[in-house]
Design a protein around this ligand. Structure first.
Ligand SMILES: NC(=O)C1=CN([C@@H]2O[C@H](COP(=O)(O)OP(=O)(O)OC[C@H]3O[C@@H](n4cnc5c(N)ncnc54)[C@H](OP(=O)(O)O)[C@@H]3O)[C@@H](O)[C@H]2O)C=CC1
Ligand SMILES: O=C(CO)[C@H](O)[C@H](O)COP(=O)(O)O
Length: 293
């Protein structure tokens, strides 16, 4: 089985580090990014380890993959459309290892996923904070089912690649987790330590409440309980205080953000007769303003 991973940043490198332990007689792994390198270094629990897993310049790769993980950022999806078409076949399974909702139709064989990995790509290394899990819809797959089975039974591979019967629910919950923490970390340009401030906690709770109301009013398949706000806040408070979010890292590096598929997606669900959502509106306006750099 030929497995490709596009992106060797926070998510792609942690996935690559683990999938590189798959038996070579059955699996061939190719990791790709914009620039080629001999491998990557991961900082975890205070220890830096270099993994000699080559990262190829995506434009130099001519292979066709059975399973392809896209772990770039959502803006790269459009740029990579033709490249990805050329590296897949009729039965390839293309997993969007991305945050956000709203891009599922980009590839006919695209499979959404929910990514719980937390890390940051620095210039010289990847810092991994917590979690290494990708959740998939509960359906049968030609290749992924075998991959899931092998990962489950190989104790050396520390990555949860799992299916969830309530995938839509789990996906919206992760979307809301990102709407909450990514907004306030990116816009304050600060890490999880901001939740030590009561006013930031109140603001985030209001943002979550407005967003949950929109989802509940407009989704046919998902209902988010009001208790989710406490759950999300507890999750944020449990994070290392120096941990950021993918959107915070984007803003700190002056890169474009994924707000259109995260905060923008929830905002666009709103109908004209929806009660006012001043905090979400302000967040979307500020993030959209940021993009006009
Ligand atoms: N960071 C996190 O903690 C989490 C991130 N996510 C989501 O996962 C996805 C990946 O995020 P993350 O790993 O943080 O991103 P990073 O910014 O750390 O890494 C992005 C990677 O994509 C590569 N890339 C970007 N554009 C292209 C392109 N056009 N062609 C080929 N490669 C490209 C980059 O290449 P190069 O290295 O050469 O620059 C880099 O290796 C995002 O949707 C994010 O929201 C989800 C959960 C947690
Ligand atoms: O729960 C997570 C870590 O597992 C999230 O990743 C965290 O909430 C930050 O968001 P991002 O996905 O943007 O890094």
């Amino acid at each position: 089985m030929k497995i490709g991973i596009i992106g060797a940043g926070a998510v792609g490198s942690i996935l690559a580090r683990e999938l590189n332990k798959l038996p070579e007689n059955e699996f061939q792994l190719t990791v790709m990014a914009r620039t080629a390198r001999n491998g990557f270094t991961v900082l975890e629990d205070g220890i830096k380890i270099f993994h000699d897993i080559p990262v190829h310049d995506i434009l130099s790769v001519k292979d066709t993959f059975d399973v392809l993980f896209i772990a770039t950022k959502t803006p790269a999806l459009l740029t990579l459309k033709e490249t990805i078409k050329n590296m897949t076949h009729g039965n390839s399974e293309i997993i969007y290892a991305l945050n956000g909702v709203g891009y599922d139709d980009m590839f006919a064989q695209g499979i959404p996923s929910v990514v719980y990995v937390s890390g940051q790509q620095h210039d010289e290394y990847i810092e991994h904070f917590v979690n290494q899990k990708i959740i998939l819809p509960d359906q049968s797959f030609t290749y992924l089912d075998r991959l899931i089975q092998i990962i489950e039974n190989d104790e050396s591979i520390h990555f949860d690649l799992v299916k969830d019967k309530h995938f839509e629910q789990v996906r919206y919950e992760k979307l809301l987790i990102n709407v909450g923490i990514n907004s306030v970390t990116a816009l304050s340009k600060n890490t999880a330590k901001i939740f030590e401030d009561d006013s930031m906690v109140r603001l985030t709770r209001t943002l979550l409440k407005e967003s949950i109301d929109i989802v509940n009013k407009n989704s046919q398949t998902v209902y988010i309980s009001p208790d989710f706000i406490d759950y999300a806040m507890e999750m944020y408070m449990s994070y290392p205080r120096e941990m950021g979010t993918s959107m915070y890292y984007d803003v700190m590096a002056n890169r474009t953000t994924e707000y259109q598929y995260i905060q923008g997606f929830v905002y666009n669900l709103k109908t004209d007769d929806h009660p006012p959502t001043p905090v979400l509106d302000t967040v979307v306006t500020l993030l959209s303003g940021y993009e006009k750099l």
